[in-house]
Design a protein around this ligand. Structure first.
Ligand code: DGT
Ligand code: CA
Ligand code: ZN
Length: 573
């Protein structure tokens, strides 16, 4: 161990102590020691005994002893224990510019927030507004800092990447000579997270397309520039590849670069079996030099004896067999969605008012919005006391009398308490049209206990929908340990709907389990979990994920008309 490494450990000890709220003198002592160690005149191995540190300012006997232990053994139990006593993600938050140990300790102690992604989520839910020493401005700066941090990471949320890609496509499609322009890769398949943005194009004037691409305002750095392939890095940190191919290659390249790899491999195997070679350049019969002329992905699939496989399904999850038999699902589309369930108002941690939602719903020609603020146990989210909930219900009743084309459904997002009960007495729950039951606390329960807790909540006759079933935050927090098979069985048995929460960080239920759920006969609800009007747009992500989970319109609650939803909600109560 050299001086630099040693100093870094003492520096980290100082930070850990700050995170624990130790007295500032103690923290400073370690920080000063770190500095002193770095500038010691003698080599470390000359220090054999505590007395060797005598006269060195800033290194008392306790620190001297720790230095000796580290130099001798390479370990320091004190340091290891200190590290183990705090969540790992806490240190990561300190990488956020302007976010120090004091702030980290406050959000950890007051909100239980222990990683960067959790912090991002807390900011988006306006949790920081209420914390002493924080406010709208701080919250905004933290979000900016997190954006900055993300540039350093390897993967990106679908939503972030998609917005960037849509921005690029929007301007590039108008460049002279462009005949085709499509996003491929994991983004086109609607994967939860993506590594990079793959774009394919055909152009009669490739040079001007490449020029426009590399000089786009979103671009930070040009990685490579070529006739057929160019790469850039965007200011948000993600890489974008632009491949320019010929008109004839385009459908084959689009198919190849959409993937997934596993899907491609199985498809290529099928082609071989039929006497073809399939790659990104074409479909070649035996030893032919020229590809079959097929001008769309549909045509390629057809030549291989398959019906068209939508990109979301190309994961080698049985889609090729189903396409062969003609049994692929008739996937849900954006237009099938008639209304929205799960919106938070300014009664709890949302920004929009009940009336804002009603006006917005009219504007969007959306038939209904299910209002579901937080229940009282979610104190950090300004959860509703029974009195405030009753007041909200009155207000909704009054609004519904006035509204013509929009219906507000009266609901709540009730915490599932640690013992599995809901957060209000029955006489309150009875006044609601629907209840979303969600876990917001005690994430670390053992698997069996957590499964029992959630099952108990689902068995409660008041529970209509199970909210964000695993609690995961993509790229940030694993979901809680859960027997998903048992949860899906319970949902099927008790007619509980399972939410597909489409907050970009959640996308929970995961599409793989969405498919298992609908196969078990469980209905899905696509929920934006909106905290403001813009977040209603998240529904679009949810539709993509539902498609990826093989959902047809009839599998999804909010493809139904307001009247039919009302019937279903009533039948459950
Ligand atoms: P990502 O970027 O990690 O989010 O996921 P993808 O699927 O976009 O992966 P990427 O960008 O490495 O490659 C894009 C597509 O190109 C991929 O989905 C399938 C195809 N591809 C890439 N490498 C291979 C390969 O070695 N074999 C085959 N069959 N296809 C490949
Ligand atoms: Ca990719
Ligand atoms: Zn929730």
């Amino acid at each position: 161990m050299n001086k630099k490494e040693l100093a870094a450990i003492f520096e980290e000890i100082a930070t850990l102590l700050e995170l624990k709220g130790e007295n500032p003198f103690k923290c400073n002592a370690y920080r000063n020691a770190a500095r002193t160690i770095e500038t010691l005149d003698h080599p470390l191995d000359e220090f054999k005994d505590i007395s060797d540190f005598e006269g060195i300012k800033g290194i008392g006997s306790s620190i001297a002893e720790k230095i000796l232990t580290l130099v001798r053994t390479g370990h320091l139990p004190y340091y290891d224990e200190l590290k183990a006593s705090l969540p790992e993600g806490l240190m990561g938050m300190l990488d956020i510019p302007g976010f120090g140990p004091k702030k980290a300790r406050a959000v950890y102690e007051k909100l239980g927030v222990a990683s960067v992604r959790e912090l991002e989520y807390a900011c988006r839910e306006n949790r920081l507004l209420e914390l002493p020493g924080f406010g709208a401005k701080t919250q905004e700066n933290i979000l900016k800092g997190i954006e900055y941090l993300k540039k350093a990471h390897g993967r990106f949320l679908l939503h972030e990447a998609r917005n960037a890609a849509l921005g690029l496509l929007q301007s590039l499609k108008n460049i002279k000579g462009v005949k085709h322009l499509e996003v491929a890769g994991s983004l086109r398949r609607f994967a939860n997270t993506v590594k990079d943005i793959d774009i394919l194009a055909v152009s009669t004037n490739p040079a001007s397309l490449v020029d426009a691409f590399i000089s786009h305002p979103l671009v930070e750095e040009v990685v490579a520039r070529g006739e057929t392939k160019s790469s850039v890095r965007l200011t948000m940190g993600i890489n974008v590849d632009l491949r320019i191919v010929t008109e004839g290659q385009f459908p084959f390249a689009l198919m190849y670069f959409t993937g997934s790899k596993a899907h491609n491999v199985t498809l290529r195997g099928r082609a071989l079996h039929l006497g073809y070679k399939l790659n990104e350049y074409g479909l070649f019969k035996r030893d032919a030099k020229k590809s079959a002329r097929l001008n769309s992905e549909e045509a390629i699939f057809k030549r291989l004896g398959l019906t068209y496989i939508p990109p979301e399904l190309r994961e080698d999850w049985g889609e090729i067999e189903a396409a062969e038999k003609g049994t692929l699902p008739h996937l849900i589309t954006q237009e099938d969605v008639k209304g929205i369930i799960h919106a938070h108002t300014n009664y709890s941690d949302g920004i929009a008012t009940l009336n804002d939602y009603a006006v917005e719903a009219t504007r969007r020609r959306c038939e209904y919005i299910g209002i579901s603020d937080h229940s009282r146990a979610a104190f950090y989210a300004n959860g509703l006391s029974p009195e405030r909930l009753l007041k909200q219900l009155d207000e909704i009743n009054a609004l519904n009398k006035k509204l013509k084309n929009v219906r507000l459904f009266k609901g709540i997002e009730s915490d599932i308490l640690p013992d599995g009960s809901l957060d209000y007495p029955d006489e309150i729950l009875e006044k609601l049209e629907f209840v979303i039951a969600s876990v917001h606390s005690k994430f670390k329960m053992p698997k069996e206990e957590m499964t029992r807790r959630i099952i108990k909540a689902m068995e409660n006759p008041h529970t209509t929908i199970l909210g964000h079933p695993t609690g995961r935050l993509l790229l940030g927090r694993e979901g809680y340990e859960l027997d998903m098979g048992a949860i899906i069985d319970t949902a099927a048995r008790h007619g509980v709907i399972i939410e597909l929460n489409c907050q970009p960080l959640r996308l929970d239920l995961d599409w793989r389990n969405v498919r298992k759920a609908i196969e078990a006969g469980v209905r899905i609800c696509i929920s934006p979990d909106a905290h403001n009007l813009e977040e209603l747009d998240f529904t679009e992500l949810g539709v993509g994920m539902a498609r990826k989970g093989w959902c047809e319109p009839h599998h999804v609650l909010n493809t139904l008309s307001a009247r039919d939803v009302e019937k279903i909600l009533q039948a459950k109560r």
